[in-house]
Write a protein that binds this ligand. Structure first.
Ligand code: NAP
Length: 284
């Protein structure tokens, strides 16, 4: 079985040397940072997105890092677009070793008012798009002899409910579940499949809520670390999962979220004071 997993053989931090990585949604935000980090760790990049100008800008970052970049328009809801992206990568570089299924959108509405088209738009990109990305990449990896890594981008919303983004939360829960199924199906082919579930990250997607004072402040105050995450912090987790440092991990979802998912247990100031009163009474 081909073994082109990332090895930091030289001990120089280039864990993805010799790898070819496909990144969807690479024109912006997390996808751009993942492409740049992978290039910095030695990978050549094959990148798809709807935004071709944004892809050109990401390609320049990859080339500046000394790696080769192939970018083309690719709608992840279309199997033929993904097939042509992955085939172009295999043709140019000889093999494809990593798929990062990152492209995603939001399209929110209150639950009672969400129409079917709004629901389907998010499921189509965020869940079906990940399924198609994984399947197309895995077929290529199997055809070239097996071995490879898939990293799916989920969200903390995979573990939470949302009154205004039920479509997004359901899609991301689906991505976490799909990651487990794909991991089981692909382990015999030497392909590891994991997911990342970022918290509140500073990207163009979150810019409107970050800049809305009430919502932005509330999301940050619900993050135990008290800040948004950066795209570089998401990319660092993606690089770890794509590398041999994660060689015994499959079917997992890792959450770079500043502790957001711990928050159910975080007491309000009022509750904290009540606990302290109880403790003082016991000690008296
Ligand atoms: P972003 O800055 O909006 O980037 C998403 C990219 O995906 C955009 O370039 C977008 O192109 C592209 N895209 C949208 N639909 C596509 C399609 N059908 N086919 C191919 N590309 C498509 O958002 P981001 O925050 O980096 O999000 C990236 C991933 O991280 C998403 O899966 C998102 O759900 C996830 N995530 C983000 C956060 C966060 O706080 N930012 C938290 C958890 C998870 P257009 O701009 O042309 O639409």
């Amino acid at each position: 079985m081909a073994a082109r997993q990332g090895r930091d053989a030289g001990g120089d931090g280039m864990r993805l040397r010799g790898k070819v990585a496909v990144v969807t949604g690479a024109a912006s935000g997390n996808g751009r940072a993942i492409a740049a980090r992978f290039a910095a760790e030695g990978a050549d990049l094959v990148m798809g997105d709807l935004d071709v100008d944004g892809l050109d800008a990401t390609s320049r970052l990859v080339v500046d890092a000394g790696r080769a970049a192939l970018g083309r328009r690719c709608d992840v809801t279309l199997a033929e677009d993904l097939t042509s992206l992955v085939s172009a990568g295999a043709e140019r570089f000889g093999h494809v070793d990593v798929m990062v299924a990152n492209a995603g959108i939001t399209n929110s509405a209150p639950f009672l008012e969400m129409d079917e088209a709004t629901w389907r738009s998010v499921l189509d990109v965020n869940l079906t798009g990940v399924f198609l990305s994984d399947q197309v990449a895995a077929r290529q990896m199997v055809a070239q002899g097996g071995g490879g890594v898939i990293v799916n981008v989920a969200s903390i919303m995979a573990r939470l409910g949302s009154e205004t983004a039920s479509n997004y939360a359901a899609a991301k829960a689906g991505v976490e579940s799909l990651t487990r199924s794909a991991a089981m199906a692909l382990a015999p082919h030497g392909i590891r499949v994991n997911a990342i579930g970022p918290g509140f990250i500073d990207t163009p997607m979150t810019q409107p809520i970050r800049d809305e004072p009430v919502i932005g402040d509330q999301l940050i105050s619900r993050t135990p670390m008290g800040r948004m995450g950066s795209t570089e912090e998401v990319a660092a987790v993606a690089a770890f999962l794509a590398s041999d440092d994660a060689s015994f991990m499959t079917g997992q979802c890792v959450f770079p979220d500043g502790g957001f998912l711990l928050n159910w247990a975080r007491p309000s100031q009022e509750v904290m004071e009540a606990f302290l009163r109880l403790q003082a009474q016991r000690q008296a």
